[in-house]
Design a protein around this ligand. Structure first.
Ligand SMILES: N[C@@H](CCC(=O)N[C@@H](CS)C(=O)NCC(=O)O)C(=O)O
Length: 323
């Protein structure tokens, strides 16, 4: 049984939770909700009535978005989001003062007596400080994507949505705009914004992400590797190449194939690569989550969301195979 996620498509807290589930290669039972008509099943496990709520198989209820992110990254953190430094001060600034001003800037009519301009000015001061960090470091915390970036971008997106012209024309937000666009242009964005009607127990049951499936445990997986890389992995105990010329940290998963997909992958990417080996992997022995994701043509490929432990490799064959 997969964990259950109660979610709301446009909620920035639920968005960052879904983003982390995507990042970690996980799948969940997806229960989209309407905020005005929350399902009794959700309120029973989390009476405070906010999304996201994740219910694990052992009954554990995680009903804070950051805790959902942490739980997901505990399962797998292939791009090492938590190694870029301490994200807590930025997240506190976002979830506290920035969210306060964002709500009053975006939904001023819901806050009688509040002036939109006061909150525009205060919110912009925070956005400018983030812009400055990105201008200096590349991302919010360092030159690498981190938990802070992943936790904040849906809120910056919401600010932009309130007044896109102002945001897009502001010279003091240029680096922040480019940063936001990295998320909006990432294929993960479209996947995490998939739509579903509000859930009810008698209706259709969806999974998130909707375009992924489980990787069967009883069919071997294959990965093409450069012989040198494979030898180095045997020595170090961990293989971290995603595909030719790309590391796991860059891509977020290790590309694999099912048997019938190997030849096309070899011809496309490895035919001129020199010494290449085909690793046969037992999916039941890998140490990281596996998920089969659709590529743009719709074809599903198995992906490993963490390093490959050499113990999961059942056979190693030189490529191309002898006729
Ligand atoms: N601190 C919570 C906040 C979650 C939150 O406030 N979510 C909003 C939707 S964006 C919500 O569910 N509000 C309840 C409501 O509108 O009834 C978290 O991080 O998960």
């Amino acid at each position: 049984m997969l964990p259950i996620l109660y979610s709301f498509r446009r909620c920035p807290y639920a968005m960052r939770a879904r983003w982390a589930l995507l990042e970690a290669g996980l799948r969940v039972q997806w229960r989209e909700i309407a905020l005005k008509q929350k399902p009794a099943e959700m309120l029973q496990v989390s009476p405070k009535g906010t999304v996201p709520v994740l219910v694990l198989n052992d009954g554990t209820v995680i009903d804070e978005s950051l805790a959902v992110m942490e739980w997901a990254l505990d399962q797998a953190d292939p791009r090492r989001l938590r190694e870029a430094g301490d994200a807590s001060a930025l997240i506190d600034q976002n979830d506290g003062p920035f969210k306060h001003h964002l709500d009053r800037f975006k939904y001023t009519d819901r806050y009688p007596g509040e002036l939109q301009d006061t909150h525009r000015v205060a919110g912009l001061a925070i956005l400018r400080s983030w812009n400055q960090r990105i201008a200096t470091k590349g991302w919010l915390l360092s030159d690498e994507l981190s938990l802070a970036d992943a936790a904040l971008w849906p809120f910056v997106r919401q600010w932009r949505t309130a007044e896109p012209q102002g945001f897009d024309a502001d010279d003091s937000l240029q680096e922040l705009r480019n940063w936001l666009n990295r998320f909006l242009e990432d294929p993960r964005f479209e996947r995490l914004m998939q739509r579903a009607d509000p859930w009810n127990a008698g209706g259709p049951q969806h999974q998130f992400p909707a375009d992924a499936i489980a990787v069967p445990q009883d069919q071997p997986l294959f990965h093409l590797a450069l012989l040198n890389d494979w030898q180095a992995a045997q020595a170090s105990g961990s293989y971290r190449i995603s595909t030719r010329g790309m590391m796991l940290e860059q891509v977020g998963f290790i590309h694999c194939s099912w048997q019938e997909q190997v030849d096309a992958t070899y011809q496309r990417f490895y035919a001129d690569a020199g010494d290449v080996v085909l690793l046969e992997i037992d999916p039941a022995v890998v140490d990281a989550p596996l998920r089969a994701d659709a590529i743009p043509t719709g074809e599903l490929f198995p992906h490993l969301y963490g390093p490959l432990n050499p113990a999961a490799v059942r056979s190693v064959t030189a490529m191309p195979k002898a006729a």
